[in-house]
Design a protein around this ligand. Structure first.
Ligand code: F6R
Length: 259
């Protein structure tokens, strides 16, 4: 796991955009997209590079991490809508090639397996962007999620519903259930890129990167993955015990080595 500590949130977004740009410029890429606030700066930066330097997403496709159960696709806070308004509408990524779990499926118990099969049929995800919840969730794998889990319905914790209430009129409007890629599904992506900002994420980042591998902190599953880049600002790094080493390693990163 490589931990990249950047001075400011905008430095973080630009490093993440560099990583994604590298894939997209190399050829057809399957992106794994997260919603929530953490990737927004990176999406804006990628859209700017599309506009100003012709970064071309026409050969890319994308899979979302998760979706609320029971929220119509057309709702402005469904992740289907959010990823379009925040990213897809601003680049030349074909909207039909941006897939998300169907939270309105009449057969919700089977939707997870169908979604995992669609990811596998596409050849898997090349680069997966991830945010992290204050409780250590990735996707919406709340604490206690099996480290090998597949895409399925999960119940949000009250804390996550409160954290997400800022996107809705009131916490009562935040659905209780989500369809989320499982920790096993996420781990199959070839490169995981975690993004976090602010003091509020510092404990979760420290637990994920330096704590025990445990379902208690679902993001700790990244410790088993062979290619992880954690890109965070100083505040989110403030509880890392080895922060000085991560800075030192970055300073001495061999010039031939990319993220
Ligand atoms: C969203 C998702 C969640 C968020 C996490 C952090 O697709 O998968 O895991 O990444 O809840 O949310 P923000 O970035 O809003 O702090």
């Amino acid at each position: 796991m490589e931990i990249v500590i950047r001075q400011t949130p905008s430095d973080v977004s630009s490093t993440v955009a560099d990583i994604v740009e590298g894939y997209v410029r190399r050829g057809p890429t399957t992106l794994g997209l997260a919603t929530g606030s953490s990737p927004l700066g990176s999406y804006r930066e990628l859209a700017r590079r599309h506009r100003e330097s012709g970064l071309d997403f026409s050969d890319a496709r994308a899979f979302l991490l998760d979706e609320y159960v029971g929220l119509p696709k057309t709702h402005d806070q469904s992740y289907f809508s959010v990823i379009r308004s925040e990213f897809v509408d601003h680049v030349n990524l074909d909207t039909d090639r941006v897939l998300s779990p169907n939270g309105e499926s009449p057969d919700i118990a089977e939707e997870g397996a169908r979604y995992d099969a669609a990811i596998a049929d596409a050849g898997g995800v090349d680069v997966q962007l991830l945010g992290i919840g204050t409780d250590g969730h990735i996707g919406f794998n709340e604490p206690g999620s099996a480290l090998t889990s597949r895409t399925r319905v999960k119940t949000l914790t009250e804390q996550t519903r409160l954290d997400n209430a800022r996107f809705f009129d009131s916490v009562d409007d935040v659905p209780h259930h989500v369809l989320t890629q499982g920790l096993g599904t996420i781990s199959e992506a070839r490169h995981l890129v975690m993004i976090a900002f602010g003091k509020g994420k510092a404990e979760a980042i420290a637990a994920a990167a330096e704590g025990p591998l445990s379902a208690f902190c679902p993001a700790s599953v990244m410790q088993l993955h062979r290619h992880v880049t954690v890109v965070i600002d100083e505040a989110a790094a403030s509880k890392l015990q080895l922060a000085d080493y991560y800075r030192y390693a970055l300073e001495h990163k061999p010039s031939w080595q990319s993220f």
